[in-house]
Design a binder for this molecule. Sequence first.
Ligand SMILES: Nc1ncnc2c1ncn2[C@@H]1O[C@H](COP(=O)(O)OP(=O)(O)OP(=O)(O)O)[C@@H](O)[C@H]1O
Length: 334
Amino acid sequence: MNAIEINSLTKNFKNSTAVDNISLSVEEGEIFGFLGPNGAGKSTTMMILTTLLKPTSGNASVYGHDVITNPSNVRKNIGFVQQEIGIDEYLTARENLQFQCKISQIPKEQTQKRIEEVIDLVELTEKQDEQSITFSGGMRKRLDIACGLIHRPKVLFLDEPTVGLDIQTRRKIWEYIRKIHKEFGMTIFVSTHYMEEADSLCDRVGIIDYGKIQIVDTPESMKNKLETDMITFSIIPDENKQEQFINKIKSFELTKNVEINGNNMVVQSSNSTQVIPKIFQASSEFGISIDSFVLNKPTLDDVFISHTGHNLRDDTTGKFNKRKEFNQSRRRAL
Ligand SMILES: Nc1ncnc2c1ncn2[C@@H]1O[C@H](COP(=O)(O)OP(=O)(O)OP(=O)(O)O)[C@@H](O)[C@H]1O
């Protein structure tokens, strides 16, 4: 059984369509990334999947439980760590987790063990009796994630878990997410607008833009399918043989395009592994000396541009950004 099934899901707000007829399945046990810019519809989709919002049309289920007709069973199977940190900053880490145990109705005799388990997992054992107001942004997020885990959900939803954190802290959070995934074997559905996060963390990624899914695949396969390795090199000029050398490169079956700018050349190829030796072979055949050589493989940025026609914009309008700004100013004031 798939962990999540989404069929023709649409959510309209008064003046806009936030989620536009999306369909996708998430397999049990995978880390699925939902990649898209601000305002793409990621949070809205997650709120529908976690039963906090009703769709306008279409349907979705989590472990076979329909989000509209059977929301209480969906809730029993999920943990949701929202974009804004949900912990109470005036409680200690342990008190936050105790509170979470209470609202998750975890039997009293299991509370102690569960808290120890998750607090150890996110490496906050030494800080457990300190008020979380004294924690760094990364530590607060770790505690927030621990709160979402304590009832051992089958699916953990993480909405932009590293937004606003510096790159080192972001990488540390990825480590915790991998650790959680390994130890609990749960399905993780994570939204992000960071390419690197989707690339390094996720088994499969769905790119969403303007409420529509553009592509779903593994990051590796998405990049490979672009077939655009860029081989950039410069040559020592040779008036006699240069043209023949260029024509030879153009004639290779796997060469898609050659751009020439003075002594510099960019060869676009669908398979650099095969084309690079041929370039060197041709250079020795025509006595052309290659001065410098760089190979660039496609990135998820290139995949995003090829499917959406634009860069992953960082739009700063919209209700959720206002909320983010509010939270940031609240944190600054603390
Ligand atoms: N309650 C609401 N009322 C009106 N419009 C909304 C509401 N919630 C979301 N939207 C709009 O729906 C669109 C999708 O928003 P959503 O928050 O799902 O995007 P997102 O991809 O999660 O982006 P972000 O990372 O900024 O949260 C945006 O244009 C947003 O302004």
